[in-house]
Ligand binder design. Structure first.
Ligand SMILES: Cc1cc2nc3c(=O)[nH]c(=O)nc-3n(C[C@H](O)[C@H](O)[C@H](O)COP(=O)(O)OP(=O)(O)OC[C@H]3O[C@@H](n4cnc5c(N)ncnc54)[C@H](O)[C@@H]3O)c2cc1C
Length: 129
């Protein structure tokens, strides 16, 4: 595994990868190696700067804190602001996979209904065909 590197070129023939060139981030050294397979893992950075000052707590990396990361009695997926929920990759501690994000989206509906019932508001009407 090569980390902190910038891919600068892919060499090959007939659509087949033969070598990869990259610049090593730490030393700036240009490297070329005969490699036939490449998996890029570019990572993720949460776009949550706009939440500063909103009362929604973030972890040290900027992911949104929810549930027990805030307080024991906090609802699952609920942020530090009552009635505000976070799901998917932006949520601190989430699995960072498509199926997990979709699952949290389904899960939060029940939590929203529970929140609305507890706060004396009606649940939103969901229209079906
Ligand atoms: C390189 C890479 C490879 C991956 N490979 C896999 C894989 O093989 N299998 C797998 O299961 N998962 C994979 N993942 C993870 C998967 O993509 C995520 O888990 C999934 O997309 C999370 O869904 P999400 O809805 O939480 O976030 P996202 O899909 O990131 O959706 C968030 C959306 O919000 C938008 N947005 C951001 N800020 C704002 C704003 N201020 N206002 C309005 N909109 C905004 C963004 O543009 C984006 O469209 C991969 C991720 C990366 C980066």
């Amino acid at each position: 595994m090569v980390t902190q590197a910038e891919v600068t070129g892919l060499d090959g023939n007939d659509g087949m990868l033969e070598a990869i060139r990259w610049r090593q981030g730490t030393s700036g050294e240009d490297v070329r190696r005969p490699i036939r397979h490449l998996f890029l893992f570019i990572g993720a950075e949460p776009n949550t700067n706009w939440l500063f000052g909103s009362g929604v707590m973030l972890d040290a990396k900027g992911f949104v804190l929810t549930g027990r990361d805030i307080a024991d009695e906090r609802r699952s997926l609920e942020t530090s602001r009552r009635g505000v929920f976070a799901i998917g990759d932006v949520r601190s501690g989430s699995v960072k996979r498509v199926a997990a994000a979709v699952g949290e989206g389904a899960q939060v509906v029940a939590t929203l209904h529970a929140h609305l019932a507890a706060s004396g508001q009606e649940s939103p009407v969901v229209a079906n065909r």
